[in-house]
Ligand binder design. Structure first.
Ligand code: CTP
Ligand code: MG
Length: 366
């Protein structure tokens, strides 16, 4: 592989600021969407409380981390007091309740689907005769979920059980987003690019939106002067222990609102530098990016040098709390090539194309 290293950013890069900012504005969901999501959550809470009075429902993922696009699915975590509860049983029971109960506005249309996610995105309609298949799918899924669709509002909702780490990492992302608006701008543009180019599909071996947002946070921690701090490296003002994992960091982010102001890079410069970094500068052979430490770690110190089962470490992104979890582990021998070619393509377009925004987000057609 001949790696072409771009040295300087094109001189007229700031000309693209306006286009990137309008794209960002167009991708922010409307306020009414939040209200609809709340309504659905309240309805769910009412039904859950009847069966499990001590359980709590939390939103997580893009509907709560401030990196959500309009009309995205909402992710809900049902947190039960009993940590060892059989998740499949709870989800089957929940599906049953939602289906048979009188859910006022959702009622007649409610279809409960089960999704066995990760490599196989299988949706199976929940009907009595399918229950045993559904149970099997639930048991096999890495994160078993019940998928609920409400065609009346167009909202689709994934419910999982006791995935509290996801609720905590959602808060971490939301807190980072409040420090400097350039994080949200960059992450929306990168997510939009990844979705347009077909490299945001974990079941096809490319990266999750969560991974892309972590890449953006890490990138902004690494700018000089830094645009984002490393919240987990500061004195903690928030601490919880989830599944024996200690999650602690500085969460009084309102006190950090001027943090990045010494760095005056524009969004166009940052988008250019982000793609250039992943196309030409990242050391895929040795490096692990780590938001937790705000630095680069080595694969060697993480012991991520070998393939274990299906998990390879061809691009390494450390989860901020589950530190043994590499978000790049879904990437395989083939998809790493696809991802790197897409980074190179994006960097080339940003460097040379007279009107880069058209080509950059051009939908990928196989
Ligand atoms: N998550 C996680 N570990 C992963 C993938 C996801 O903990 N390996 C959790 C994170 O809390 C993340 C949430 O699941 O915020 C949803 O992940 P994902 O769908 O990748 O991100 P969204 O922000 O929901 O993006 P999208 O708009 O594409 O739905
Ligand atoms: Mg999501």
């Amino acid at each position: 592989r001949i790696v072409k290293r771009q040295i300087g950013c094109r001189r007229d890069i700031n000309r693209l600021n306006g286009q990137f900012l309008s794209l960002y504005e167009s991708l922010i969901p409307a306020e009414e969407e939040k209200a609809k999501q709340k309504q659905l959550l309240l309805l769910l809470e009412k039904h859950v409380a009847k069966e499990w009075p001590a359980a709590r429902l939390y939103l997580y993922g893009s509907c709560a981390n401030s990196f959500g696009f309009p009309r995205s699915d909402i992710d809900v975590c049902l947190a039960m007091e009993d940590a060892d509860v059989d998740k499949s049983e709870v989800l089957l029971k929940l599906a049953d309740i939602l289906q048979s109960d009188n859910l006022q506005n959702v009622q007649a249309f409610l279809r409960v689907l089960i999704s066995a996610i990760r490599r196989y995105a299988v949706n199976i309609m929940l009907e009595a005769f399918l229950v045993c298949h559904v149970r099997k799918a639930l048991t096999r899924a890495r994160v078993p979920i019940v998928k609920l669709m409400d065609p009346a509002t167009g909202i689709s909702c994934d419910i999982c059980v006791n995935n509290v780490l996801a609720v905590v990492n959602t808060k971490l992302l939301r807190d980072y987003a409040q420090i400097d608006v350039r994080l949200r701008q960059l992450a929306f543009i990168v997510k939009h690019w990844a979705k347009s180019r077909g490299v945001n599909e974990t079941y096809h071996g490319t990266l999750s939106s969560y991974a892309y947002v972590l890449m953006c946070i890490h990138f902004l921690q690494q700018r000089r002067p830094a645009i984002l701090p490393c919240l987990q490296g500061m004195e903690s003002t928030y601490a919880v222990t989830v599944d024996n994992t200690e999650c602690a960091y500085f969460d009084q982010v309102e006190k950090l609102s001027g943090f990045g102001s010494r760095n005056r890079e524009s969004i166009a410069q940052l988008v250019w530098a982000f793609f250039n970094y992943w196309a030409h500068w990242h050391n895929y052979a040795n490096d692990v990016i780590s938001v937790r430490t705000g630095s680069i770690l080595s694969k060697h110190e993480k012991d991520w040098t070998r393939r274990v089962g299906n998990d390879r470490h061809l691009i390494c992104i450390e989860d901020p709390f589950e530190v043994s979890h590499d978000l790049g582990r879904v990437v395989d021998k083939f998809s790493i090539g696809v991802i790197r070619e897409e980074f190179e393509r994006a960097a080339d377009i940003l460097q040379c194309d007279p009107d880069p925004c058209v080509m950059l987000f051009k939908p990928y057609v196989p």
